[in-house]
Write a protein that binds this ligand. Structure first.
Ligand SMILES: *[C@@H]1O[C@H](CO)[C@@H](O)[C@H](O)[C@H]1NC(C)=O
Ligand SMILES: *[C@@H]1O[C@H](CO)[C@@H](O)[C@H](O)[C@H]1NC(C)=O
Ligand SMILES: *[C@@H]1O[C@H](CO)[C@@H](O)[C@H](O)[C@H]1NC(C)=O
Ligand SMILES: *[C@@H]1O[C@H](CO)[C@@H](O)[C@H](O)[C@H]1NC(C)=O
Ligand SMILES: *[C@@H]1O[C@H](CO)[C@@H](O)[C@H](O)[C@H]1NC(C)=O
Ligand SMILES: *[C@@H]1O[C@H](CO)[C@@H](O)[C@H](O)[C@H]1NC(C)=O
Ligand SMILES: *[C@@H]1O[C@H](CO)[C@@H](O)[C@H](O)[C@H]1NC(C)=O
Length: 398
């Protein structure tokens, strides 16, 4: 009896397992169409001018992703009607003129994340905090010479590798489905988001105890209103099979995102890997400052896609920024490995929620199932034995 039940259990588990393994990959949510330097005649065969436009089309609308490295690196996410087109006037764009890019119809929503500055700072007291008193070396990414080494796309995925010298290595991805990224920290993405991965690779140390930080600026089409700010929230996750050892996700949400689930966000795990193998053993933490409003945004963002799109209209938009720094006290500073990473997603709507995977469910199922089988088997055995004993007593009494 107990044997049959156990066999049944195993069969059921195997069926579940195989159906999970043979799960259809999730359906395409959007179809991607990537174009390098759209409409640029002088750009042909040049790896130093890079603006990639990706139209991610659903049945009802289009999300446009733009990876722009012609000015300060800027990631644009714009939600439009299905037929909106993105236009670039290259002569004006190269001169950082306002109105040099536009959409053929006004977007329903736009969100931009700008890599405004990169800091190397001296952490003399090993506090891993970048603050006003720190001794800082500032890199202006507008002055970098960018070199695109790879661009690859089809209707499901788009990927680009681009770097500034051998120092700052960027990898960007866009997706058509909900899934986890290829590399650690395996962030969960959807077709509403694009991923940016940065490696600070073997950069000359300028201080005795160097650390890095990056200043991100956010520009949303939402109106600037006093008291409405970006919000940093932290989510705990149970499921650590994708990012072992890291149980937290940081979301930085625009006011529209956290009030109506219709806004822009950036999302990351507070981990920075200090070795190309990206093992948890060789990692450190990240920290962010509280988002603050940027004064005179049309001056601060002069050499970005944000100014190209909005010009002086930036003054009416919500423009905020924050610093993300890499490292934690007693991790040996940047110089210990001369390697540190940052991976984040930029998207529209709400960051996708982690779900318990089929694998976890099966493990949990087996974990509950086997004790259940043992318990049932044990009970049956005891019952049978009692019954038999009773039978024997009755026989003896006869
Ligand atoms: C670009 O490269 C292609 C193939 O390598 C070549 O046929 C074409 O003439 C080049 N165009 C320019 C403007 O150099
Ligand atoms: C977009 O820019 C082009 C020139 O680059 C211009 O002809 C067109 O009128 C502009 N469209 C809108 C909606 O501003
Ligand atoms: C750009 O990258 C390619 C491939 O990594 C390399 O061969 C080339 O020398 C680089 N160009 C510059 C200007 O650094
Ligand atoms: C790091 O850069 C130095 C020069 O600054 C060079 O000698 C060394 O080979 C580089 N190391 C790696 C791992 O690329
Ligand atoms: C990191 O680079 C600095 C020079 O910028 C060098 O002195 C140091 O030894 C390097 N650290 C490692 C682990 O290679
Ligand atoms: C980032 O840190 C630098 C250096 O401390 C500071 O000047 C700047 O205001 C900070 N940026 C933001 C957006 O907080
Ligand atoms: C993704 O974008 C669409 C707009 O096309 C929106 O309706 C949807 O809510 C977004 N998804 C999430 C998870 O926010």
């Amino acid at each position: 009896m107990a044997g049959t039940a156990a066999t049944l259990r195993i069969v059921i588990s195997l069926v579940l397992l195989s159906s999970a393994l043979c799960d259809e990959p999730s359906k395409l949510q959007r179809k991607l169409r990537a174009t390098l330097n759209p409409g640029c005649d002088i750009c042909e065969n040049r790896t130093d001018i890079t603006l990639v436009h990706i139209a991610a089309e659903s049945d009802t609308d289009t999300i446009h992703y733009v990876w722009d490295f012609t000015g300060k690196p800027t990631i644009l996410v714009a939600l439009t009607g299905k037929d909106a087109r993105f236009h670039i006037n290259w002569d004006l764009l190269m001169d950082s003129k306002p109105g040099s890019v536009n959409f053929t119809e006004s977007p329903r929503y736009t969100f931009m994340a700008v890599i405004n500055r990169i800091f190397q700072y001296d952490d003399a007291d090993d506090r891993a905090m970048l603050d006003a008193g720190s001794n800082v070396f500032v890199y202006d990414p507008h002055e970098f010479t960018w070199n695109r080494s790879l661009l690859w796309s089809n209707e499901k995925d788009a990927m680009m590798a681009i770097s500034a010298g051998n120092d700052f290595l960027f990898k960007l991805n866009a997706y058509s489905t909900k899934d986890h990224g290829m590399d650690f920290p395996h962030l969960l993405h959807s077709s509403n988001s694009t991923q940016i991965d940065i490696v600070f690779n073997n950069i000359t140390n300028r201080f005795a105890n160097p650390r890095f930080a990056v200043e991100l600026l956010f520009v949303v089409s939402e109106q600037a209103v006093v008291g409405s700010d970006f919000e940093v929230t932290k989510r705990k996750t149970l499921d650590d099979e994708h990012t072992p050892g890291i149980f937290e996700i940081v979301d930085v949400l625009s006011p529209g995102a956290f009030t109506f689930s219709a806004g822009g966000y950036i999302e990351y795990r507070p981990v920075s890997y200090t070795n190309p193998a990206r093992l948890i053993a060789s990692s450190t933490e990240t920290r962010q400052s509280q988002p603050v409003t940027i004064d005179a945004p049309s001056v601060a963002l002069k050499t970005t896609l944000a100014f190209a799109l909005y010009g002086d209209g930036l003054g009416q938009r919500l423009v905020q920024g924050m610093n993300v720094s890499f490292g934690v006290s007693e991790d040996g500073f940047y110089r210990k490995t001369n390697y540190t990473t940052m991976t984040f997603q930029v998207g529209y709507g709400m960051p996708p929620a982690e779900e318990l995977s089929a694998f976890v469910l099966i493990v949990a199922g087996i974990g509950i199932g086997i004790p259940l089988v043992v318990l049932t088997g044990g009970l049956l055995y005891v019952c049978l034995k009692k019954l038999r004993n009773r039978g024997r007593f009755q026989q003896e009494r006869l």
